[in-house]
Design a protein around this ligand. Sequence first.
Ligand SMILES: [Zn+2]
Length: 129
Amino acid sequence: MTRSVDSGLTRAKIEVLRIDLRHELDQLRRDLRQLWPTNVKSESAWISGDAHAGRADQAESEVRDRMRARCAQIVAALDRIRRGTYGRCSVCNREIPYERLVVTPVANACKRCNVLDSWLNPDTSWIGE
Ligand SMILES: [Zn+2]
């Protein structure tokens, strides 16, 4: 055994992270619903930002954008768990250390590749890619 067992990502550890992510997503969706303009037709359109937000106050729309960005990150992370690619760097394909995933469960890149830095930046323009 050359590698540390503690930093390895086991199924049980992923399950713990998955439950946390689910809870956070549920909470975010509840919060988003409260900010929901009445003219939006579907939750998916709302979360993806396709719907017209109407005349939202600037600060309010920034809060919503952040929440939507967070939702998108969590949905993507849950999707990676389902597909079995969770915990792998999307850039270099190395395993992301468990310690990093505990702090940032939505991370899809290792610290070296550091894609996440742009996510944590207030500029969320990457969402529309
Ligand atoms: Zn990497």
